[in-house]
Design a protein around this ligand. Structure first.
Ligand SMILES: [Zn+2]
Length: 73
C-alpha cells in the first residue's frame, strides 16, 4: 500500500469500516501516517491504540475481542 492511497482521515475511516464491518468507533482517530498509532474505540471494551496499517489488514482488531474469539473456538 502506498502513502498516496490514503489522503485524509475520512478516507482512512471508510477503509477501516469496510475491513471491520463497522465494528468500531473511529471518532477519536487523528490520522498522521499509516504507522502513527490512532485511537480506536471498541463498543464492548473501550479505547485502544493501533497503527492504521495493521488495522487495515483486518486481523488486528480489539485485543480483548480477539482473546474472547479464541476462547470460544
Ligand atoms: Zn473489544
Amino acid at each position: 500500500m502506498s502513502k498516496k492511497e490514503i489522503l485524509n482521515v475520512q478516507e482512512l475511516i471508510l477503509k477501516f469500516q469496510k475491513v471491520h464491518n463497522n465494528n468500531f468507533d473511529y471518532s477519536k482517530v487523528v490520522f498522521e501516517s499509516l504507522t502513527s498509532k490512532v485511537i480506536i474505540i471498541c463498543p464492548d471494551h473501550g479505547e485502544f491504540t493501533q497503527q492504521p496499517r495493521l488495522h487495515l489488514r483486518g486481523s488486528n482488531g480489539c485485543k480483548t475481542c480477539i482473546k474472547l474469539r479464541k476462547k470460544i473456538r
